[in-house]
Design a protein around this ligand. Structure first.
Ligand SMILES: [Zn+2]
Length: 282
């Protein structure tokens, strides 16, 4: 696999050959930052955890240099914090038994540059080497520009593949801004109840963020618990942890679909639902 950025890294927790670790992948997450995979693609990690026929690979696009830092990390340089975040991400890959972890090491600015084709080409390389059945990435209504930029580039990359090489499903997952607002009939629910110890550990290893004052560990499990409690779906009656996603698959198979119009449909459906209720009551 040939990646554009010389400083990109591939980490194989089990120590098997890179090629095998990549090619056996069934579930692939492509995220912006370190820890986004663990927040948004837990379903993929858990589906593959301790399985011999399913394998999870994670891709981190950003270099982590712009990460917020506080507490014991407050005097760390951009380079120091980058190293810490890479080490933390590797720990998560070990705990989650990832088949491979690919860290592309791009500055946020390059990710947000809509003319940057190098990142899209790297995604195409990774998708071709892994041929996953399922892809998890950010959703198009996320609050964080870098997250949305990754989602758009992932869609563009998958569009470049032949249909026979494309994943069965592409999920747009929640990190910054959850997907509670999406109509129940349109949202995808992942039951993330199994292995709560692993789910917690996967987020807790990111000490530089949590010690810095952001309790992502509590926020991630709190959100999943809230979704399980407030979610109306009968499919997950017994779940006590749920993550939401929207289906991005139509966008990768039909290149004529407009990315902006696609997410607007979800927003319009939400608007119609709210207004429809109020019309009967006001
Ligand atoms: Zn992020």
């Amino acid at each position: 696999m040939k990646l554009n950025n010389k400083s990109s890294q591939i980490f194989i927790p089990s120590g098997i050959k890179n090629e095998l670790a990549l090619s056996q992948t069934t579930h692939l997450a492509i995220a912006a930052h370190q820890d986004d995979i663990e927040l948004m693609a837990l379903d993929g990690v858990l589906q593959c955890f301790a399985k011999s026929d399913k394998h999870f690979t994670g891709v981190v696009t950003a270099d982590g240099a712009g990460s917020p830092r506080n507490g014991m990390y407050k005097d760390y340089s951009d380079n120091d914090i980058k190293k810490v975040r890479i080490a933390e991400q590797k720990k998560a890959a070990v705990i989650g038994e990832y088949s491979a972890l690919v860290m592309l090491d791009y500055p946020s600015k390059e990710i947000k540059n809509s003319n940057n084709e190098k990142i899209i080409d790297d995604y195409v390389e990774i998708l071709s080497a892994t041929k996953p059945e399922y892809v998890y990435t950010h959703n198009l209504a996320d609050k964080h520009d870098t997250h949305v930029a990754v989602a758009v580039k992932v869609i563009k990359a998958i569009r470049k593949l032949n249909d026979s090489q494309k994943p069965k499903k592409v999920y747009g997952c929640e990190v910054w801004r959850d997907l509670d607002w999406v109509l129940d009939s349109q949202k995808i629910l992942f039951d993330t109840s199994s292995h709560p110890n692993i789910s917690n550990a996967l987020v807790e290893v990111f000490d530089s963020q949590i010690t810095g004052g952001k309790r992502y560990d509590l926020a991630a499990s709190g959100r999943r618990t809230a979704h399980a409690t407030y979610g109306a779906s009968h499919q997950v009656d017994n779940a006590n942890s749920v993550n939401y996603a929207i289906d991005l698959t139509p966008l990768v198979y039909d290149k004529t679909l407009d990315i902006k119009q696609y997410i607007l449909q979800y927003i319009k459906a939400f608007e119609n639902d709210v207004i429809g209720k109020l019309n009967k009551l006001v």
